[in-house]
Ligand binder design. Structure first.
Ligand SMILES: NC(=O)c1ccc[n+]([C@@H]2O[C@H](COP(=O)([O-])OP(=O)(O)OC[C@H]3O[C@@H](n4cnc5c(N)ncnc54)[C@H](OP(=O)(O)O)[C@@H]3O)[C@@H](O)[C@H]2O)c1
Length: 274
């Protein structure tokens, strides 16, 4: 799996998404991260056809949505995604959210994996307790857990647990979706100045140095390239420690720690056209 990916969440304008994916691949990204719930798999599929890079050199991730998360519906959901993407296999297929019958869905994914339709299967947004239970009661261990991770929500406990379990941690919203005055943060600006890099590059480098795979979004070709240009410098131990002080310990994007918040999320997100 490539050590950085390009994500297309919120790119619901199909032409814009297709163009952004072509530009991202031309900029050098090889991992493209979409999902049934992003409603842009067809646009991603068109970009894959147009981009001039052969299929085997690309790494395509898509995700099973909650309304299809059951043994009965998972294969249907998978084949719908495959068709929209115009592909005959998926590199990484994730259970998008730990809701509904994700044990049943996993059994369907295990079968697709064994048939060679999916190269790797994993999960998304699983907390440590759910994951520990899931690993214990399943045949195949998830290859990946994709979770929110950025300087404000660093997830060091999760990182250590996933490392210990030999599960790759992927970071979504690595730039905190551009929130929290991230790009003018004084500490990050100071470190960026010391390396002659941008704040975004410092953050992405900090994620990669922690052994995590960031999946970053940009609609701007200059920023797409900038975000890839993070492999020619190293943050010092002291800089890593200073960045660790920015952790707030809570999510910027999700607060689903009460039953009401989960119900609200499930009600809204069951309406997606997956
Ligand atoms: N699995 C999940 O549950 C889940 C949830 C959320 C996201 N994701 C995945 O993770 C991907 C990334 O997360 P995200 O889209 O929430 O946010 P993100 O990558 O953290 O941040 C994207 C924002 O940062 C801006 N940006 C990007 N590069 C920049 C740079 N070099 N300098 C300044 N601004 C920059 C972008 O603006 P411009 O576009 O204008 O550059 C955009 O507003 C998603 O696209 C999706 O694939 C997965």
């Amino acid at each position: 799996m490539p050590n950085i990916g390009f994500g297309v969440f919120r790119m619901t304008d199909q032409a814009e998404c297709e163009e952004a994916v072509v530009q991202a691949i031309q900029a050098g990204y090889r991992l493209i991260d979409t999902a049934a719930a992003y409603e842009n798999e067809e646009a991603v599929g068109r970009a894959i056809k147009r981009c001039g890079i052969s299929r085997e050199d690309l790494f395509i991730t898509t995700k099973l949505w909650i309304t299809d998360t059951s043994y009965e519906k998972a294969k249907e959901g998978f084949y719908r995604s495959l068709k929209r993407l115009g592909l005959d296999y998926i590199d990484l297929y994730l259970i998008h959210q730990p809701y509904n019958d994700y044990y049943g869905a996993w059994r369907a994914l295990e079968e697709l994996y064994e048939e060679g339709k999916i190269r790797a299967i994993g999960v998304d947004n699983f907390t440590q307790d759910r994951l520990a239970d899931f690993i214990f009661f399943n045949k195949i261990k998830p290859a990946i857990n994709m979770i929110e991770c950025n300087v404000f929500f660093q997830r060091e406990d999760e990182r250590q647990y996933l490392n210990q379990q030999n599960i790759v941690m992927q970071a979504w919203s690595p730039l905190a979706a551009g929130q929290g005055n991230l790009f003018t943060n004084p500490l990050l600006c100071e470190i960026a100045g010391a390396h002659n890099k941008s704040v975004a590059q410092i953050i992405l480098r900090w994620i990669v140095q922690r052994g995590i795979v960031p999946v970053v979004k940009s609609s701007n070709p200059t920023r797409m390239k900038e975000n890839l240009d993070i492999f020619d410098f190293t943050l010092t131990e002291n800089e890593m420690k200073k960045i660790a002080t920015l952790d707030t310990g809570h999510s910027y994007a999700m607060s689903r720690d009460t039953g009401d918040a989960v119900t609200d999320f499930l009600e809204k997100s069951s309406l997606y056209r997956v």
